[in-house]
Design a protein around this ligand. Sequence first.
Ligand code: KPL
Length: 298
Amino acid sequence: MAQNSPPQPALSWTVVGQGAIGLLAASRFKLAGWPVQLWLRQPAPVDICFNQQPLHFACATAPITAVLIPVKSYAVPAAVQALLPALAADAQLVLSHNGMAATEHILPLLSPAQGLWFLTTTHGALKQGATVHHTGQGQSVLAPLNPAAKNQLLAVQQAMDIALGPVTLTDNILPFLWHKLAINAVINPLTALNNCSNGELAKEQYQPQISQILTEVCQVAAAAGYPLQYAQILEKVQQVIQSTAANFSSMQQDIAHRRRTEIDAINGYIVTQAALYNIDVPYNIELTQQVLQLQHRA
Ligand code: KPL
């Protein structure tokens, strides 16, 4: 084999849906020369433009051996149910969404040889019509969630490195999910409510709110057993605001396109966790209510 040849796929990948992150991942697979297909509720081939290049994606066909499922947290159970009949006996499934991983409903659906994973990412992607932009270089953390996933560590990590890398592998995704939750708890509702890009949040006027949200998130995270250092997480939020400055967050996009948001899984999650530990989180309550109002507007 040539010494510097790019890694070749050990698994053939399918991506579920045509959201911005999913199409970013599918495009990066394709540009790396990996075969990739899309699984849509209503099967149809998809043509997009990514990095000024036209890309064509065919519909996925059974058996599906490896699948990235970057759909909203509330849509995961239905997406997995729909995929089940098409999955290979030893398929690998990678979930990726904002909020906490609610895998207790998914694991029992799989057979012992089917692997379940979770990937959390800070990449920014934006879909405008049929054009997909990679609006923020990020990184991802990937965790195997069952023994069948651990048998395929190398193949799945290598693939996710291509799709949404650089990827760090971990055995315990929860601290990373709290970390990402803190980032989303700031950027997503503030960009949705102010109808602005992520980069706008670097302005002075947003700093008091950012600090109030993060103070509450840090209190709740500590009570839940996943302490976050306030200064460190504030720096990380500022880094993501910078690196995804041109991006419009997924929540801003959901509101703009009149779709359901992930507010329940982000600030709403902070609110329900806070209640368990008797912690006051007035800013997160306020943001949750405001986003819900906007989401349910006529
Ligand atoms: O996760 C994101 C989102 O928009 O949901 C960030 C990292 C904030 C990028 O926009």
